[in-house]
Design a protein around this ligand. Sequence first.
Ligand SMILES: *Cc1c(COP(=O)(O)O)cnc(C)c1O
Length: 341
Amino acid sequence: MEINLVSDTVTKPNFEMLECMFNAQVGDDVYKQDPTVKELEATVAQIFGMEEGLFFPSGTMANQTAIKLHTNPGDQIIADKNSHVYLYEGGGASFNSGASFSLIDGHRGMITADQVVQSINNPEFYHSALTSLVCVENTTNKGGGACYELEDLQKIKAVCVANNLKFHLDGARIWNALMEKKQNPKAFGQLFDTISVCLSKGLGAPIGSVLLGDKATIHRALRIRKILGGGMRQVGYLAAAGLYALENNISKLPEDHRRAKEIAQVLRKTHWVEHIAPVETNIIVFTIKPQYNEKLIVEKFKLKNISISTMGQGKLRIVTHLDYREVMHGYVLEILGKLEV
Ligand SMILES: *Cc1c(COP(=O)(O)O)cnc(C)c1O
């Protein structure tokens, strides 16, 4: 039994999901003739109470499209220093949009309205880059699955409105936040100009993201997606997996969160772990004591058929997901408790 806890992207479609894909009604989505893609886009838009959605092959392309929508070359984006849009999208903001970042030293990947205020360049001071966009991530990836309180996002929104800034949510794992905090997705829809959501993380679809916004914004996004090479043909086969995931897998996320918290409890009792970041959702980030070697620990886990990842500087990461089932969980807790490092 191979247990992969490296990421929640490692899941594979189950039989029922494959059956939905097999039976999907499709058409050429570049001509907007794929009924399953349209249904997925409308379904996600409706969940968040936003006007329209647009299907993307990846979260990266959806975020990059949002950045392109909201900036002109030379503009500056405000984001956390650990944000995915800054660290893990290949420098796409500069490649695609000619935009730079003003980075915030946030808390577990989350930023505050005060920090945003501090980061805005005076638009009259033409020596500086023009600040035009604020990006937040919820849950945070490198921040260890932390989630925002709605009020904190509302405060950032007020700053954006007062300073004429656009507000984008990288909601790759928004589903985890919604379930954990019992928040209403429509409250998020009211706050943001655009939201990107992933179907291929906690929800277990093989591929796919949706970008949400108002009608005019999504109309512009259609052209940008085409330019980036994201116009796809009979892609309803993949959208069908997304629809299945929305219907069946959102409700399973609390199980991932429970298992992550149980793993953290066992880690807390080991002699080789120094610190565990608070576990809010499905990501566990922990630091080992300096006398231990993180690569060696990963190898020890591997010998027990458990894959986890290193984040450097003595930090390790475990991510629970849909394909991590209760039998595996029992085994992992047992191994964790008695691993000789
Ligand atoms: C995974 C992820 C994305 C997008 O990832 P893709 O692999 O391009 O689908 C964007 N933001 C965050 C926070 C993520 O974790």
